[in-house]
Design a protein around this ligand. Structure first.
Ligand code: GEK
Length: 246
């Protein structure tokens, strides 16, 4: 067994009652290990977000990372956008995540500002943006809050600006959905999680992470005003959409 303190073992022991999942200190501590072993295609996706940012960034604009956790997407964009003048705003409402992100992210690098904000993404005003990233975060908002945040992102984007929206999805047919859930669990098992860890984590997330279909996400993005929406990345039941403002 891996005894490393950064190795995710949060659900390794049987729990009398599984509480709802929270992004607290115990999660922030093991987060890189947890997300890499739980989200298929995560590191490729994060790297590609930097590549997309190069294509869509507008000099002098802002780049937002909403639900930034430890700032992986911001770091990737910083790496790919070296020399481009822009202002980064990374937001998360978990103090434990933001504290750790502060250590990992530079506050400025080569003319680029990085602001880290501990707040609910719904309370942050999006302004003068060319790229907004919401990587596996909308899924934690209640269903009735989702349209408003997309509208506020749309309002804050410059013409031609983009939202990269990554989500765990639900497949439209129950049978298909079960098949992809099972494949996802297989992926986690292959990465060393036990059946107990997988099932306790599933219970912890049940009321907290609400997945929707690609179609529901696309329709809502169009309703928020986006001119076009494309699925640009998918790995099992984890998908990223590219929504552009005309
Ligand atoms: C990455 N994007 O590494 N306001 C602010 N933050 C929130 C809110 C909210 N309302 N709800 C949840 N969060 C990251 C991974 S993790 C995804 C994102 C996952 C934050 C929460 O605190 C957590 O840090 C993040 O969104 C979701 O690419 O763990 O499945």
């Amino acid at each position: 067994m891996n005894q490393d303190s950064k190795h995710d073992q949060i659900y390794a022991q049987p729990l009398a009652a599984v509480a709802d999942f929270r992004f607290d200190e115990s999660v922030a501590k093991v987060f890189p290990d947890m997300i890499n072993r739980s989200v298929p295609g995560y590191s490729t996706l994060v790297n590609l977000i930097g590549v997309l940012a190069v294509r869509y960034v507008q000099p002098g604009s802002r780049i937002y990372d909403l639900g930034c956790s430890l700032g992986a997407s911001t770091l990737s964009m910083l790496h790919h956008l070296q020399g481009v003048e822009c202002q980064f705003v990374a937001v998360d409402n978990s103090a434990a995540m933001i504290e750790r992100a502060r250590v990992l992210l530079p506050s400025n690098s080569a003319g680029t500002d990085v602001s880290l904000i501990c707040a609910d993404i719904q309370d942050v005003s999006i302004e003068d943006a060319s790229v907004v990233v919401m990587n596996y975060t909308l899924q934690f908002l209640s269903l009735d809050e989702r349209l408003a945040i997309l509208q506020s992102i749309y309002q804050g984007l410059r013409p031609g600006g983009i939202l990269i929206l990554s989500e765990k999805i639900r497949l439209p047919e129950p049978e298909q959905d079960e098949r992809f859930i099972e494949l996802h669990h297989q992926f986690k098992k292959a990465n060393g999680y036990s059946d107990l860890e997988i099932s306790q984590k599933r219970s912890a997330l049940e009321r907290v992470l609400i997945p929707e279909t690609i179609d529901t996400h696309s329709q809502r993005l169009l309703q928020a005003g986006f001119a076009r929406v494309d699925t640009w990345y998918q790995c099992l039941n984890f998908v990223s959409l590219l929504a552009q403002k005309s």
